[in-house]
Design a protein around this ligand. Structure first.
Ligand SMILES: *Cc1c(COP(=O)(O)O)cnc(C)c1O
Length: 386
């Protein structure tokens, strides 16, 4: 057996040790964590729906109607009318013929790649894709390729160079650690030209981008023909839990037959589906939440450039500040915590070597006063480290 304590010490010494803080409040702009009341700038609750009164009420009604647990996988007897209704709403929302609920986004991504790809196929991924997409490609039987970040030219070159029975291109819609949006029209063009499927994981786009929260695909008006496979998560902007895949009738039926991460796992509790139907409605209708986010992002960018912070080109609520050094990112995150601000340090292997960063995320529930407190704290921490 490998010496685990030695290995843990090595992780500690490289400044990459991960540990958990214990929360003692619901999600929101202000949270209690490790017995400190802090301002929260690191959750994915972009629209402020994770603890919204109407969503909570729907959840409780869902429990009263359906009980706590779903009891079985969808293909046994865990698939309820509540799941089915939410799938229909998600299909309509994404403008796709069908949608299929998965218990998590990680499992949805794994399910797509392993169900669609065989030996002799190729899977092509942006090198900065979310870990679940990379793991999905690597777990499939296909040959795995990475193309340069957001580089449709590099993708096209790789698609040209290799002959495969089927080709699947997988990309984040909004890159989770950088906040930039994938060049989807160009990627779709390269896929059409080389007869490849395009799959977009829009975990950070749905609810946040597009007029009604339709995500990065709505932003570019890309339909099923250009992007045949869409994946979204329910635990981020929609504030609940779970995930879905949307696409053609044949795609969804194939996943039901073949995706092992769909078949061999317990269905989401029906109450989660009921709560998600409520939050989906709020996310679509309350456009002020997206406007609020855009306001916060704009104000933050003005401040960051005045202070000379090394931000990344992002128009989304994910606003990373590069520090490069992991230890520096961790130290800054600790100092911000002491100042009452919760911002996580993101370090390798989540991001490439020497690109450690503070990852700030905004929520529609943040007020201007919250933003100002953040900016003052950042100014003081960054001045100290200059
Ligand atoms: C969060 C996330 C996932 C995983 O979704 P879960 O439902 O949390 O498992 C997948 N892809 C991306 C891009 C994500 O950010």
């Amino acid at each position: 057996m490998r010496d685990l304590s030695k290995q843990l010490n090595e992780i500690r010494q490289s400044g990459l040790y991960r540990s958990r803080r214990i929360g003692d409040s619901p999600q929101g702009p202000e949270v209690v964590i490790d017995q400190h009341k802090v301002l929260n700038f690191c959750s994915n609750d972009y629209l402020g729906l994770a603890n919204h009164a109407e969503v909570n009420k729907a959840y409780i009604k869902g429990i009263e109607r359906w009980g706590s647990g779903s009891g079985a996988a969808h293909l046994i007897n865990g698939h309820s009318a509540a799941h089915h209704a939410l799938e229909e709403e998600l299909a309509e929302f994404t403008g796709r013929p069908r949608a299929l609920l998965f218990s998590t986004g990680y499992m949805a991504n794994l399910g797509i790649a392993t169900a669609l790809l065989r030996r002799g196929d190729g899977v092509f991924e942006d090198r900065l894709n979310h870990a679940s997409l990379l793991d999905a490609g690597l777990s499939s039987a296909a040959r795995f390729y990475r193309y340069r970040h957001a580089d449709a030219g590099d993708l096209a070159a790789k698609l040209t160079a290799r002959d495969h029975a089927e080709k699947l291109v997988m990309t984040d819609g909004v890159f989770s650690m950088d906040g930039d949006i994938a060049p989807l029209p160009k990627l779709a063009e390269a896929c059409a030209k080389h007869n490849a499927w395009l799959m977009v994981d829009d975990a950070h786009g749905f609810g946040v981008l597009g007029e009604n929260g339709g995500g990065s695909l709505a932003l570019h008006n890309l339909g099923t023909a250009q992007v045949p496979i869409v994946m979204g998560t329910l635990g981020k902007a929609f504030g609940t839990f779970g995930a879905f895949v949307a696409g053609s009738e044949e795609l969804i039926e194939t996943l039901i037959q073949k995706a092992r991460t769909y078949i061999y796992t317990t269905a989401l509790p029906s109450a989660v589906a009921v709560a998600t139907s409520a939050s989906l409605k709020l996310a679509r209708e309350e456009t002020w939440r997206r406007e609020r986010l855009q306001h916060l992002i704009k104000q933050f960018n003005i401040f960051a450039s005045e202070l000379g912070l090394q931000c990344m080109p992002s128009d989304t609520p994910i606003q990373p500040i590069l520090t490069g050094d992991s230890e520096k990112a961790s130290a800054m995150s600790r100092q911000l915590f002491e100042a009452g601000i919760l911002v996580t340090a993101i370090r390798p292997p989540t991001v490439p070597q020497n690109t450690a960063r503070l990852r700030i995320t905004f929520s529609a529930a943040h007020t201007d006063a919250h933003l100002e407190t953040l900016m003052n704290a950042l100014e003081s921490v960054f001045t100290k480290h200059d």
